[in-house]
Design a protein around this ligand. Structure first.
Ligand code: FAD
Ligand code: NAD
Length: 474
């Protein structure tokens, strides 16, 4: 007889581990299976996010920002530092320590909440049985009333630029370079390309980003993307739009690229190539043929609005299903599913999931862009406020960018907020709260914001929707 659980979670990324902890908190006997192997060869919980995604990339972004500021920000404050150097071993080592701290922390949380962790690959069989294949090839079967699939995503590979993780790398490779590449090529000016491109640019790489689309950062609001593009160009990120890679060949210690744009084919030689053209749901080996779980045309597990697959007791969450591939989206789905399983009122609103890009300046948004509202024929009004007129931002020497708020023209309900500038990764939270409470720009305009803070830009943008911002012409 196989061991029986109330809930089995396959995958211990931010979607799966959170689902497992919440299920256990609710008194359900819970198991979580994960196959990820850390740098030390042992099981490392936390999935892409903790091991090779959110956390390590933010660690490197912060370290590289400190270094960049020495030459580019401190002199304005009257501080000069001669001979600043980066010790890459310490730089990468600090990141590895943070990763270990957090992946180990999940193990401790599992123990504290009595979640049983299995190390290996889980395969859903018929009737909610799950076969676990250990990394040594051993097999065992467990079963549960409910199974939550949280197998995450992996980088998309281009057939003509296959990862060798030495010269042509994915996100994991670009978090672990042993030298600062003199010339770094990046394919894709998306979130990973911009964040990891920034890390290595700040350390001195000559970074060229090739983006296939004609518009820069087309997922963001057009005004915000325009401001960001200008700042990235100032920083020296060389972003080429409408540039399609056609060939990448490792020759000796270099990668020879050919790409095409409106002027025809071009050659480019780089020392390392990061391919960051998006991620795909990962379901390899996850499902036996007769489970009844369906995949859509993009290989994502099909679920309804309650993350149920349509197969009795089988749910799916996180990057493996529709919606933005963001850690917090997966985690909230995990909580909601655990609560639905326990007969409680779970909640997830995909319309207010905030996006943050941790570049300099940061970019953050929630809700609809102006372009989307135009396409949907929704009447709207816009308020904006520049950080150049915010005392705190000027004092920090980071008075770049703006907050843009979009509200319904008739009801004043906030439909979207888009920001580029200092600290916007934190400022967006206030706007998400307002949107979740179906707030209006008037609501935010009437709330007292501390002075001098960056949050005054949100307050003034809300006032500006009604053309009554105080510190700018309306
Ligand atoms: P994953 O984190 O991918 O975890 C899935 C886990 O399941 C993995 O451990 C995998 O090994 C395991 N698994 C898969 N199949 C099986 C199986 N059959 N059996 C056992 N185990 C299995 N998002 C943000 O919100 N903020 C950020 O700042 C951010 N930065 C990022 C930076 C980078 C470089 C990258 C690559 C991603 C970043 N993301 C960020 C995205 C974020 O990492 C993902 O959205 C998130 O990790 C998805 O969580 P998940 O649990 O669905 O999947
Ligand atoms: P992405 O979708 O953000 O960007 C990929 C970019 O590559 C797009 O601009 C696309 O037009 C371009 N592209 C696609 N094919 C191309 C080709 N052949 N040549 C040139 N350009 C091409 O994907 P990503 O940067 O790989 O990141 C994957 C996902 O991971 C993100 O969408 C996001 O969900 C998540 N992520 C989030 C964060 C964050 O929240 N800060 C950070 C990193 C990653």
């Amino acid at each position: 007889m196989s061991e029986k659980f109330d809930v089995i979670v396959i995958g211990a990324g931010p979607a799966g581990y959170v689902a497992a902890i919440r299920a256990a908190q609710l008194g359900l006997k819970t198991a979580c299976i994960d196959a990820f192997v850390g740098k030390d060869g042992k099981q490392a919980l936390g999935g892409t996010c903790l091991n090779v995604g959110c956390i390590p990339s933010k660690a490197l972004l912060d370290s590289s920002k400190q270094f960049y500021n020495i030459a580019h920000n401190l002199p304005v404050h009257g501080i000069t530092v001669d001979g600043a150097k980066v010790d890459l071993n310490t730089f990468i080592g600090r990141k590895d320590k943070i990763v270990k701290q957090f992946t180990g922390g999940i193990g401790q949380l599992f123990k504290a909440n009595k979640v049983t962790a299995f190390f290996g690959t889980g395969k859903l069989l018929k009737d909610n049985e799950v076969e676990i294949t250990g990394n040594d090839g051993s097999k065992q079967t467990i079963s549960a009333t409910n199974v939550i699939l949280a197998s995450g995503s992996v980088p998309i590979e281009l057939p003509f630029a296959k990862f060798d993780n030495k010269f042509i790398v994915d996100n994991a490779g670009a978090l672990d370079f042993t030298d600062v590449p003199k010339r770094l090529g990046v394919i894709g000016a998306g979130v990973i390309g911009l964040e990891l491109g920034s890390v290595w640019k700040r350390l001195g790489s000559d970074v060229t980003v090739l983006e296939a689309l004609p518009d820069f950062l087309s997922v963001a609001d057009t005004d915000i993307a325009k401001i960001a593009a200008k700042e990235f160009a100032k920083m020296g990120l060389n972003i080429k739009l409408s540039a399609k890679l056609t060939k990448a060949e490792v020759k000796g210690n270099e990668v020879a690229l050919t790409y095409e744009d409106k002027d025809g084919p071009h050659d480019l030689v780089v020392d390392k190539l990061l391919v960051a053209v998006g991620r795909r749901a990962y379901t390899d080996g996850l499902l036996a043929n007769d489970t009844g779980v369906k995949l859509d045309e993009r290989g994502r597990i099909v679920v309804d609005e309650h993350n149920h697959t349509g197969v009795n007791g089988v749910w799916a969450i996180g990057d493996a299903v529709r919606g933005p591939m963001l850690a917090h989206k997966g985690s909230e789905e995990g909580v909601a599913v655990a609560e639905w399983i326990a007969g409680k009122a779970g909640h997830i609103n995909l319309d207010t999931v905030p996006w943050v890009i941790y570049t300099e300046p940061e970019i953050a948004w929630a809700g609809k862009t102006e372009k989307q509202l135009k396409e949907e024929g929704v009447p709207y009004k816009v308020g904006t406020f520049p950080f150049a007129a915010i005392g705190r931002a000027v004092a920090m020497n980071e008075a770049i960018g703006q907050v843009k708020m979009i509200a319904h023209a008739e009801t004043d309900r906030i439909l979207g907020v888009h920001m580029v500038g200092p600290g916007v990764s934190e400022l967006i939270a206030e706007c998400v709260v307002a949107m979740e409470f179906k707030g209006s720009s008037e609501d935010l305009a009437r709330i007292v914001h501390a002075h001098p803070t960056l949050s005054e830009a949100v307050h003034e943008a809300a006032l500006s929707v009604d053309k009554r911002a105080i510190h700018k012409g309306n």
